[in-house]
Design a protein around this ligand. Structure first.
Ligand code: UDX
Length: 438
């Protein structure tokens, strides 16, 4: 198939390379010339395990090209819309500028070429968007399918090639049926492997994505709310999560209490959902997501307060080593990262903050040039008055407490992800603070 992928961020770039790997001819389009130049030269603009190899393979076989000129996609049979929908400044709502601009450009392309390719929306959008865009596209002969993407950063390649499920939001009738057949051909490999494919109406398909992310965010904030109660009662949230997770109906995943969720998806998606619910007159239906957001942000406060408690009036000028900058391991994404918030807040309180991260230091230098950073963990730890683990990279989780104690000035650690063994660290002489742990 001849495919275009509009928007080459995490979602689009990985989708484009995966589609080329499956045998399709793909043109990736983005308005950012720097990103397009990097991708065309085989340089990944972000850290994503397995992506550089996939990109190189797809470029080498000649099936993947990149451009800033959407007109070069005129012969595509399928256009995938993969542009971002970030949070609007000063609002909870999503910024639809890029989605709207992409669809407008595709409408113009149809008019100029006389062709009627199908358009597949993958961006995360407020419910009701697909129906609005479908009307614009139908007017120039194209059918829209809403096909939400569920990939996780750090596992993006595998999640794209082998998703848990594929959802098509479709119009009823022959046009929808014909478009479904085209998209089935694009995903022939996945469908042959019996990955479930569900067809729904547009609104359901849009909601599958936001509902899934809302559920995941709620699960994390639920256990973090329990952590707050544990802190008041002396209970241990890690044991609590282990015990409730043994109930199959609850399950163990996404019950890791700590400094909470961040990234380019969960925080902005739950906020955009509450904003959209308000527009629909359903303020109360997802009102709980505001609490989910508040609980999540309170965990960042908690880490800052623990640092203040640990250092007292020695905080100004104290050397604080922050282990982690990315919002989660296997990523260099700093969007809404709890680690960055903790680092900048402690720095604003006067601490001498040094950050180390295996992947995210280059973007950190660009976005937060005033934060000191250290490439080597040992260098970062040297002379520390306090260590704060905020991203659970394996390099940090396997630190040896005895050896680490020889590097620091004072053996005090805040384990913001509850990934260290408190008994082991305490017996090596450390003052250990977890979140929701005694
Ligand atoms: C998420 C969804 O998982 C994915 O399906 C969707 O397509 C995009 O949003 P991602 O943002 O890559 O993916 O990260 P995810 O692995 O879901 O983690 C989100 C955040 O929650 C991270 O900051 C992580 O550290 C945190 N988290 C996760 C917890 O604090 N506790 C947990 O138990 C699990």
């Amino acid at each position: 198939m001849r495919i275009s992928v509009i928007g080459c961020g995490y979602l689009g770039a990985v989708h484009a390379a995966c589609m080329a790997d499956l045998g399709h001819h793909v043109v990736g389009v983005d308005v950012d010339p720097g990103k397009i130049a990097a991708l065309a030269e085989g340089r990944a603009p972000f850290h994503e395990p397995g992506f550089p190899e996939l990109l190189a393979r797809a470029l080498d076989c000649g099936r993947l090209t990149f451009t800033t000129d959407i007109a070069r996609t005129a012969d595509a049979q399928v256009h995938f819309v993969c542009v971002g929908t970030p949070q609007l400044p000063g609002s909870d709502a999503a910024d639809m500028t890029y989605v709207d601009a992409s669809v407008t450009a595709l409408v113009e392309l149809n008019k100029a070429s006389g062709r009627t390719p199908i358009v597949v929306g993958k961006s995360t959008v407020p419910v009701g968007t697909a129906a609005r865009l479908a009307a614009q596209l139908e007017a120039v002969g194209s059918t829209l399918i809403w096909n939400p993407e569920f990939l996780r950063e750090g596992y993006a390649v595998n999640d794209t090639l082998s998703p848990d499920r594929i959802v098509y939001g479709l119009p009823q009738g022959p046009a929808g049926e014909a478009a479904r057949e085209v998209l089935d051909e694009v995903y022939a490999d996945q469908l042959r492997r019996k990955i479930p494919r569900l067809t729904t109406d547009y609104a359901t398909a849009e909601l599958v994505k936001v509902a899934a992310n809302s559920f995941l965010a709620t699960k994390i904030s639920f256990i973090n709310a329990m952590a707050e109660i544990c802190e008041l009662t002396g209970a241990d949230v890690t044991q609590l999560a282990g015990a409730i997770g043994m109930d199959d109906r609850i399950g163990k995943k996404f019950l890791q209490a700590g400094v909470g969720f961040g990234g380019g998806c969960l925080p902005k998606d739950i906020r955009a959902f509450t904003a959209r619910a308000d527009e629909l007159g359903a303020h109360d239906s997802v009102g709980f997501l505001r609490e989910v957001d508040k609980i999540n942000l309170r965990r960042r406060d908690r880490v800052v307060h623990l640092a203040q408690e640990a250092l007292g009036d020695r905080l100004p000028g104290a050397k604080v080593t922050i282990l982690g900058a990315a919002f989660k391991p296997h990523s260099d994404d700093l969007r809404d990262s709890p680690a960055v918030e903790v680092a900048t807040r402690l720095s604003a309180l006067g601490a001498d903050v040094v950050v180390t991260d295996p992947a995210a230091l280059p973007p950190l230098a660009r976005l937060h040039p005033t934060l000191k950073q250290a490439e080597q963990i040992d260098g970062a730890l040297k002379g520390a008055d306090l260590v704060v683990l905020v991203t659970e990279w394996r390099e940090f989780v396997i630190l040896d407490p005895v050896e680490t104690a020889t590097l620091v000035n004072a053996p005090v650690i805040i384990d913001g992800r509850n990934v260290l063994n408190p008994a082991k660290w305490r017996s090596a002489g450390w003052t250990y603070y977890g979140l929701g742990r005694p």
